[in-house]
Design a protein around this ligand. Structure first.
Ligand code: SAM
Length: 316
């Protein structure tokens, strides 16, 4: 089949830059920081980097409501459920000299962050090979990611995210991406400008592939930890476990609340987002709880959307 053989050819194509780790050569390919020497000083201009993936539960729409709740001062920033990173990119823009650690247990996601940081040029080249076509999409979707280089693997995820229905990341219980083709007219598969900006913005950021507790436990007194876990389902009928790689059940919510309290006792500033329900309110009753308004799918049909209340929990 022509499309499959094209996809196979892409898979086999020599990618000149198959550097599998953050070698100094790869890292040196990043563009220099934007600077303003007019005053004689080197002034870093705030990053224009923005999320490069659309992610379920993304926080972009809530940033204006969150803004007043971020702490004024802190040392290091931790975001252990990074997802599409809407809050992280906002923080990067707000605090020019942000020292940050980001992590997630989704390997494909973390690989994208690492490849954008370390090999933006190769990633851009790989993305340019992809095209918005249904047969091609399904051929790329069917590829076993383990047969790809890390650059090809990151390009595949970004390509699928930009061209799939609703631009979501969803996997089945075997961890295979299973969102159908999106039929968009002209999706921006390769946003070269943003990839370069993100690469630069990530240059000093620690990126970890791990469960949330491993990275959050690295936080010290005076650091700020923002948790955005998969939400506790709103209704008793909604399933706790989605049978995807991202399933996060009641026991996980309880463990997370215990870690929240532990970090608080350590002297960290801690903030957490979750759905507004009695279980979550009970878990965090010792802490400050604020509500924000979000527009979410309130029905199993995605087009039925409405305003719902969500929680923002803080220890400060
Ligand atoms: C609600 S999303 C985060 C959305 C993100 N704040 C944004 O704006 O795009 C939750 C994330 O948690 C990750 N995740 C689920 N269980 C995890 C775990 N045990 N440890 C670390 N990350 C986990 C998922 O892979 C997903 O990326």
């Amino acid at each position: 089949m022509a499309v499959l053989s094209k996809a196979h050819a892409l898979k086999q194509a020599p990618i000149t830059s198959q550097l599998r780790s953050a070698s100094p050569e790869a890292r040196s390919q990043r563009s220099e920081p934007t600077s303003n020497r007019a005053s004689g000083k080197l002034i870093c201009v705030a990053t224009k980097a923005s999320p490069f993936l659309k992610w379920a539960g993304g926080k972009s729409q809530l940033l204006s409501q969150y803004s007043e709740y971020f702490p004024k001062t802190f040392n290091h920033y931790f975001e252990p459920f990074i997802g599409g990173g809407a809050v992280f990119f906002h923080m990067l823009g707000k605090y020019g000299d942000l020292n940050a650690t980001i992590s997630d247990r989704n390997y494909d996601l973390i690989n994208c962050y690492e490849i954008i940081r370390n090999q933006p040029t190769e990633l851009i080249e790989a993305l340019k090979n992809h095209k918005n076509d249904a047969d091609y999409f399904y051929a790329i979707r069917a590829i076993d990611p383990l047969t790809l280089t890390k650059v090809e693997r990151a390009a595949r995820i970004i390509f699928l995210n930009k061209t799939c229905f609703n631009g979501l990341y969803r996997v089945n219980r075997k961890g295979q991406f299973n969102v159908p083709f999106g039929r968009y007219n002209n999706p921006r598969i390769c946003d070269e400008t943003n990839i370069k900006a993100v690469s630069e913005a990530l240059s000093q950021v620690r990126i970890i592939h791990s469960s949330y507790d491993t990275s959050a436990n690295l936080a010290k007194r005076g650091d700020f930890v923002y948790f955005d876990p998969p939400y506790q389902p709103l209704t008793a009928t909604a399933s706790f476990t989605s049978y995807t790689e991202n399933s996060f059940g009641l026991a996980d919510q309880q463990l997370l609340s215990a870690l929240f309290a532990k970090l608080s006792a350590k002297g960290c500033k801690v903030m957490l987002s979750n759905s507004d329900n009695d279980m979550v309110r009970e878990l965090y009753k010792e802490f400050r709880i604020e509500t924000v308004k979000a527009t979410r799918a309130i029905n199993c049909k995605a087009e039925k959307r409405g305003q719902i209340s969500e929680l923002l929990i803080m220890n400060y």
